[in-house]
Design a protein around this ligand. Structure first.
Ligand SMILES: [Zn+2]
Length: 214
């Protein structure tokens, strides 16, 4: 018997994900059989990861626990962003208790991986992991929850809509300055929420309408 909310195991390969806008390597698992962003799973604290040789031999197993403070320095080309400088690379967090050289090697070698994601809402700390670009499939699976600090009214907003309305400002900065239409208070608490339904359910029921807002 499987629990209703148990996350499925994702089979794939380790990926050192880097692209313009991330300003650092994000540790991820790319799911087998999926193309591009739809197969991308950035590792987050609390996720359970197994790293395996191609023959199935277990190399490492544990709960993701990323140290985001070690070697932390401002990013030279964007002082508002900080990261970890390691071996000439910028990375987003280092796994506690694992030799850094080994960790790098496993990801560069694209070892086999089995990932069980912790099913829970994303937090504000996860925002830098998401490139806020309207063309990305990640926007199909995540949305903002905004809570008015005046009247506690909550609304949801799709990432694509937020990016469009922010008009080039940093999306989260713009969201935090929104004025509540009910009480007039300016200032919202924002949370990034994830659609944690499994693939089968999403295929059957479709994407959440909030994520499809333009
Ligand atoms: Zn309000």
């Amino acid at each position: 018997m499987r629990e209703q909310d148990a996350s499925p195991v994702i089979e794939g390969t380790l990926l050192s994900w880097f692209e313009t806008g991330l300003e650092g390597i994000v540790w991820a698992v790319h799911e087998d059989g999926k193309a591009g962003y739809s197969g991308l799973n950035p590792l987050r604290d609390g996720d359970h990861l197994q790293i395996l040789e191609a023959d199935g031999t277990l190399i490492w197993e544990g709960t993701i626990d990323l140290d985001r403070e070690v070697n932390r320095r401002p990013y030279p080309f964007n002082p508002g962003v900080s990261g970890h400088a390691v071996r000439g690379c910028w990375v987003k967090g280092l796994q506690r208790g694992v030799d850094l050289g080994l960790w790098f090697h496993w990801f560069q070698d694209e070892k086999c991986a089995r990932l069980r994601k912790l099913a829970r809402p994303m937090s504000f700390d996860d925002l830098p992991l998401l490139p806020l670009d309207s063309s990305l499939d990640l926007a199909d699976r995540h949305y903002y929850g905004l809570t008015c600090r005046g009247c506690q009214r909550t609304v949801r907003m799709g990432i694509r809509r937020a990016v469009r309305l922010a008009g080039g400002q940093r999306t989260e900065d713009w969201l935090k300055r929104l004025r509540c239409v009910a009480c007039g208070h300016r200032g919202a608490g924002i949370q990034l929420l994830a659609d944690v339904r499994n693939h089968e359910t999403i295929e059957r029921e479709g994407l959440l309408s909030v994520t499809q807002e333009k």
